[in-house]
Design a protein around this ligand. Sequence first.
Ligand SMILES: [Zn+2]
Length: 290
Amino acid sequence: MTEEVPHNPVRGAARRRLAVVAAIAVGAPVLAAGAASAQVSPGGGTSAPGDPEVTSIQCLTRCIDGTTGVVKSKIRLLGTDLANTKVVSLPRSDGARAKDKEPIVKPNGNVIARVRKGAVTGAVRVADTFGQVKDSDYSFTVGTKEQLLEVQQQFRFPVKGPHTYGDGFGAPRAGHSHQGIDIFAKCGTPLIVTHTGVVKANAYQGSAGNYVVIDGQGVKQDYMYAHLMRPSSLRKGQPVTTGDLVGKVGETGNASGCHLHFEIWGGKGWYTGGSPFDPEKLVRYWDSYS
Ligand SMILES: [Zn+2]
């Protein structure tokens, strides 16, 4: 039974039996039984798990926001009884479904799927290996490339020039662990503002060398740039815009080789109640388009 049918209120196992009955009776493939027959009582036989139930849909890649993506976005489905998911689909404007037939079921029961070509905003439909099909109660929004571009342009990769990656977050350091990511580039390579905000610090410190911190506006992220060649010309409190010059790659402070040490602090920010997190995914994403 590969045909996807909309969910009906009969529980999975019961519906499968109903389906068999219907197929015998009318010699046709399973149809969406709008009226659930109460005559079929559950119990006995092989039982499928409950119907798959999607309770939350998150956008993971190419996201316009947390619940809005575009074609080719990776999405995460949370819910119950998703372990046997076989096909994840979204509607298409021509009435067909844009299907991902190779979703990944995680050990924790979450499902990772792709938004396929032609997908438009609508309920996410999950079909499992038991032939159970269920639409999510609310819609996942599929936006346009233009909208994605607009969001992407709000964030820029901090190094404007050829670069390579060095140590990542958590790498061992004497007495502590690395709180950021190292991006190697020629000394003098321009460093730019990742996201519009306000300069929170511009100072020198023994290990960070010349450093700058920018408090990102509306994103609950602070960005810390270390080892700048010279003190930045930015003033504390100065508003800055994505792409503005921060300074140049250097090796001041405790650095071997010209590189940017870059940290992202979440929550309440850099030394104001927040904490640094592994920025690699974000940084590599920004690197992929800027
Ligand atoms: Zn570093």
